[in-house]
Structures are given as C-alpha cells and as structure tokens.
Design a binder for this molecule. Sequence first.
Ligand SMILES: [Zn+2]
Length: 353
Amino acid sequence: MKIFHNPLHAQHAGRQEMFRGRMVPCHEVPARLDFVLAALQSRPLGPLLAPAIPDAELHAAMARVHRAPYLDFLAHAWDAWVAMDQANAERDALPSVWPLPSRHGFRTDVVPRNFAAQLGLYAFDAGTPLMAGTWAAARAGAGCALAAAKDVLGGARSAFALSRPPGHHAGPDYFGGYCFLNNAAIAAQALRDGGHPRVAVLDVDYHHGNGTQTIFYARPDVLTVSIHGDPATEYPFFLGHADERGAEAGEGCNLNLPLPRGTGFAAWRAALDQALNAVARFGATALVVPMGLDTFAGDPISGFQLHSTDYLAVGQALAGAGLPTVFTFEGGYAVAEVGTNAVNLLEGFAQAV
Ligand SMILES: [Zn+2]
C-alpha cells in the first residue's frame, strides 16, 4: 500500500479554538500525523511518497467538489485577514458572526466585503482556525487524496492519503470541524472521473461526515455511508440523522448509522456490517474510507469505546468488501495512540486482501 503523505501539513498549526465560551488549545495538531508516521516507521506498509500533482490538475480536481468562490476565498483568506489589521498577523482567523439559514431572511447570496463577515459566510463553527499556512497545507493534502485515487485507478488495491488538516466536515462551499478541503470527496470524484461507475464512501470517523454527505446528496453514482455519534448529542449536531436518505436522483444513496455515546465495539461492528451490506447492494466498484480514529475509547473529544486491537478487525472487515480502496486520514485526537490505531486498521486491511 502506497502512502501519500503531506510534507506541508505542519504549516497548518492552530493555536486555539473556541469551545463553550473559552479559547482552548487546538485538538487538531501536527503531532497527530507525526504519530502515524512514527508507527509506519516501525511497521511499514509500503512506500512513503510526497505527491507532485501539477497545479492545473489539482485545481480541476478540487473544483469538481468545491465551488469556485469558496476556493478563491481560501486561497486569499490569510492575506485578507492581515489586510484588515496588521496585528492579525499574530492571530489565527476565526469567525464570530454567521448568517442564519435563509428562512430567517439573512442573505447568503451577497458576499460581504468585510472579511470578518466572509469568515462567517464560509465557516460553520468557531473551532476551525485559519492561519498563514492553512491553504498550502490543505491544498497539498488534496493532492495526496488525488494521488491516492490515481494510484488506485492505476490498479493498486489500496492507497492511503496521510494528510492534515482533515477533510470530511468540509462541504461544497464551507469549512468547519477542522476541515477545509474534502479529501475523501476529491478522491471519490477522481475515482468516478477515472472510470468507476459507482463509488461508495464509508466514513468510520466518530463524527458524521456532513461535508461528504452534502457534496454527494443528490447524486445516484456516489453512495455515502457514515457510522457516527448521534448528532442529537454529538458534533456536528445539525446533520447526520438516520432519516437523511439522499435527495432527487440521489434518493436512497445516503445512509446514516448514528449510535449513542458510549457504544462499544460489538454494536459498532454490527453497524459496520450494515454499512458494508449497503455498499455491496449499491454495486460500488471502488471505495473511499474517511478514516477517523476518534472512535477510540481514550479519545479526548469523542464517546465510543473501541480499543486498539479492534482496528485490526475493522481493517479486515473493510477488505472483505473486495474493492479498490482509498483511505484518507480524518479525526483521532488521542495523539499517543492515533498512530497505532491507524496502522492497525491499515495492516488489518492489507493482511486480509
Ligand atoms: Zn471526528
């Protein structure tokens, strides 16, 4: 299994995020990826590569799932933030004002000139700081996802895009949940564009993959499945319920399997079987797995009870789908164990194929 890793990831290193009225240290830190790299050094799964994708090709792949004004916003966000006030160069950008949904009469069709308002237009939380290196890091991460998809299109059984910031909370034109560009969606779309008629995305992160769901919600050619903490109590709260089944031509092509906080491996594994059955029924010819390790019992911001050895079984079960598979790196915040758990899952997969 080739591992496409993002050499620029550490340029995105947030200082603080807003949590229940307090500024707290960021959970999504560069050390997360370094722990995975360290685990891969002691248990190598394949060559470690830093992809070089031509600019035009990468931009085209990003533009297949993200809207042009949003990509333009991200590309220029840091400069605009500093232009507001030179002192901002020492602060991460976070939004503090948002338009409510359009039923309340707030306009989202007019992009405000005030950059602080633009942050609110394109972000859905105050927990996702944007800084000088965010765009470079996120963009290089999208390149990892695209390279992994191309590797699989070229005949590889599997590939791993090891990058941060993560991606599955990022929608067509919004960021949040520590995510800016939806790496899993970019990989899934690249697999479609490369000739796979039906692609499934099976999100195993603790949190609902709201961005990926939204991007493909009306599409009959991409099945999105997510196993996650019940949004009634868990982030991202406003999407991820079981009755969200897809829309228009994509009706029936979205499956949410919310589980209560405290769920252990037996119940989680049963949901995984349900998810894999849906992937098989859909007739997918390729699979993307947004791999979050925050289902781990020791994760500081999540509430499932999976243990390190369980991830070997998760990898084995995913291999049982028999599909060419791209893995992306999503959540997982218990930094000491995130490397072990990631490599356990991938090794379980690799040994079972
Ligand atoms: Zn998560």
